[in-house]
Design a protein around this ligand. Structure first.
Ligand SMILES: [Mg+2]
Ligand SMILES: [Zn+2]
Length: 196
């Protein structure tokens, strides 16, 4: 599973630039765990042009992603990788200012992850809340799941009103009705952290 970060795994924010600004979307632990237990790798692919715009640096981004891993870990969900595009053609930070092959809807991050983690793109899915996510997933040859109602040139294979809905749709498609059975992961199952 290729998972967008902002607006998909976490609540939408305008250029989040601090770990505390990452807040998980509600009720995503159980479906992510179901997919993980089925053997799917969970890989975040995120456009972070805030680096090119000088709004944050790689140390902050690393701290944010440590927090994201920590938030998901509380639900027994373990990310197999996090890929971030730091570029933008109009960036103010010289070495990030460029047209790159990784900024979604380009499929570069998906190709890189597939190479690094030995993933079969034709058996992979891309989940995101924007047209660029669906476009990247489509171009990389994955199937796609759109969260929310934004329109996209590339029609997604599945759709959900919220991230939780979308992930359950995906579980249903891949695992059938058994995916809704009570999860075995109980000890740390507790309400999502809602900020600090
Ligand atoms: Mg997004
Ligand atoms: Zn890039």
């Amino acid at each position: 599973m290729f998972l967008d970060r902002d607006g998909t795994l976490t609540e939408p924010r305008h250029y989040p630039a601090h770990p505390d600004e990452l807040v998980l979307q509600p009720d995503i632990g159980a479906p992510l765990r179901a997919l993980q237990n089925e053997g799917y790798a969970l890989v975040v692919v995120t456009n972070q042009s805030g680096l090119a715009r000088g709004l944050l640096d790689t140390a902050i981004l690393d701290a944010m992603h440590d927090r994201l891993r920590g938030l998901l870990d509380r639900h027994g969900v373990h990310l197999d990788g996090i890929y971030a595009c730091s570029h933008h053609p109009d960036g103010t930070v010289h070495h990030y200012r460029k047209v790159c092959a990784c900024r979604k809807p380009a499929p570069g991050m998906l190709y890189q992850a597939a190479h690094d983690l030995d993933l079969d793109l034709t058996r992979s899915w891309t989940v995101g809340d924007s047209a660029c996510d669906i476009g990247a997933g489509h171009r990389a040859g994955t199937r796609t799941v759109l969260v929310g109602s934004r329109s996209s040139d590339a029609v997604p294979h599945l759709h959900g009103a919220t991230t939780s809905d979308a992930l359950w749709q995906l579980c249903l498609s891949l695992l059938g009705t058994s995916c809704r059975s009570p999860s075995p992961y109980r000890p740390h199952d507790r309400p999502e952290t809602r900020g600090t």
